[in-house]
Design a protein around this ligand. Sequence first.
Ligand code: ADP
Length: 228
Amino acid sequence: MIQFEEVIKKYPNGQVALEDINLKIEDGEFIFIVGPSGAGKSTMLKLITREILPSSGKILFNDENILQFKEGKIPHLRRKIGTVFQDFKLLLNRTVFENVAVPLEVVGKKESDIEKEVSSVLEKVGLLDKAEYFPSQLSGGEVQRTAIARAIVSMPQVLLADEPTGDLDPKTAREVVKVLEKINQDDKTTVIMATHNAAIVNHFKKRVVVLEKGKIEKDEKEGKYESD
Ligand code: ADP
């Protein structure tokens, strides 16, 4: 469970990115955070991972106020959260398999477990047959599905996706979001996706939170987004 309580974020230069945000996201939800560029979407995601701190208010993760976490507890929080961005940030000199294996290597998993777990997520995102390919040999959608596989290989409780379809054509964008939907349905992973892509949002019929100039304008189940 993630909860924002009266959250305000003002950046050091005086820019107010979020104003009085109140929002509760239950475990297992799929939610789109939408709004035009500059509305505050990325700021919300960065607050959840504690990459940045709010100016005031509370942010709860599993009922704990993450703002009160000591430094040592922050990696623990981040291990529960997978992240996917518009720019894919794959290692170009490593194969799909090796890219997805990185988070497991970092925590010192046995090679046989890594083999099993990476293969299982590659199957889930439909990339088992491309395991030995390098990023330069993949399409945009395949690169993004690799990034998603890497984000979920540690079985996070929550998956944050910031404009994951930004550089993709409409059909490929839909395929990528379908993969996120499958992860949400099969693994009960909470998915929070920030986007300004109205066509995607309206196609998938999920909860939609509309941000406008740092404020929540609308929060609807099976919502729609009418962008300008
Ligand atoms: P979105 O993700 O919806 O495009 P952001 O959360 O990135 O919006 O930005 C919200 C507002 O905060 C914008 O006006 C943006 O210019 C500003 N902003 C974002 N990051 C910073 C920063 N590090 N310093 C100052 N202002 C920022």
